[in-house]
Design a binder for this molecule. Sequence first.
Ligand SMILES: Cc1cc2nc3c(=O)[nH]c(=O)nc-3n(C[C@H](O)[C@H](O)[C@H](O)COP(=O)(O)OP(=O)(O)OC[C@H]3O[C@@H](n4cnc5c(N)ncnc54)[C@H](O)[C@@H]3O)c2cc1C
Length: 391
Amino acid sequence: MIIGGGYTGMMAAARLAWRGRAVALLEKHELGWGASSRNGGMVHHGFKVGLQTLIERYGDRGAELYRSSIDAFDLVEHTITEQRIDCEYERSGHLSLAYRAGHMKGLGEEATVLRDVFKLDVRLIDDAELHSEVGSTAYHGALLVEKSGGLHPAKYMAGLTRLARDRAAHLYGGIAATAVERRRRGGFTVETAGAKIACRDVLLATNGYTDGILPQVRRRIIPLGSYMIATEPMRADLANQTIPRRRMLFDTKNFLYYWRISPDNRMLFGGRASFAPTTLWRARDWLYAAMVGVHPQLTGLRVERAWSGDVGFTFDRLPHIGRIKGITYAMGYCGTGVAMSTYFGQLAADWIAGGELPACWQRPFPTIPLYSERPWFLRPAGWYYGLLDRL
Ligand SMILES: Cc1cc2nc3c(=O)[nH]c(=O)nc-3n(C[C@H](O)[C@H](O)[C@H](O)COP(=O)(O)OP(=O)(O)OC[C@H]3O[C@@H](n4cnc5c(N)ncnc54)[C@H](O)[C@@H]3O)c2cc1C
């Protein structure tokens, strides 16, 4: 039984069904309702925690973790091609843009490791060359990574759903799991408002929408809102001037902006002003101001849509897959989960079906004292990271 119908849950359903297991998936809302149909569609390797920190903190294990994020990227491309998922995928490359001149040093070190250790096609772009990549004077250079791309998130979700359904997984939207109990003679009972379902295994794939169903997991996940706007389509010449090669873009701030141009020439611009909850309308106005701050040439472009979704943060800013009381969980992508959630869905399914969990992913899932549901630390953490961005 899979709880949660986003990329993680759906990929796991498709994989388990492919392995010949009878599988059912419960999704509280409609299938794909969570972050998986609302994200920026940027597919890339890497984690929220930077590559250098990863290797400093975990040594060879850190490098293995990073390598699995590259595998995750490959898995998305392979799945799209192999399963003919029509989701407007383009291998565009991405730019990590230096918000401060001093950030170029860190980007340079990252480039060296990506090139020398992981053999990736990356290069630094200096201030002078940057105008050929981005129509903005707000940045001081960038790291260009060719191995990344963009897709239409809801269409990718629909493709994974079709895949799971074609393989005879049973998918139920509009049904919340309300409790999971271990059965004395093995297996679990999953409760919903109207039924008790016996099953052999349970996968919790609820990420930023994790509720109290398994409190030990809930107190390790911090749900945070992320916000996006989509403008009206712009003229082709304006689009070409703004992001000439249609790269995926994000910057080096803690409260980063991420943005791209959609195939129909809309600017898709995302980010968050603080960790504190806000209204969608406030976030929309703030994002619009941020967008024209970076690209003044877009002033006057109408915002047609604004939306938000919850991402699942963790205390070590890495995703986690593991088991608590025999229940498998896979989550905590910290806002960079299109590739990793697809990968964790497959990994969780293979583990449930009898495979081994790779050693690098057998890691403690940290939490902090006095945290169960109310993230009391968000406001001070937000001030701290906001201050770092301003200094
Ligand atoms: C605005 C935004 C922009 C983003 N942009 C990017 C990006 O450009 N690139 C990138 O890599 N990542 C991005 N992300 C992150 C990425 O979307 C997520 O990491 C990924 O979609 C997580 O997938 P998931 O299946 O684990 O979780 P979700 O897609 O969030 O699915 C979890 C589901 O669990 C369901 N659920 C919860 N509790 C229960 C229950 N008790 N019973 C049944 N169902 C339950 C929820 O309803 C939800 O649908 C973004 C996220 C947001 C919100």
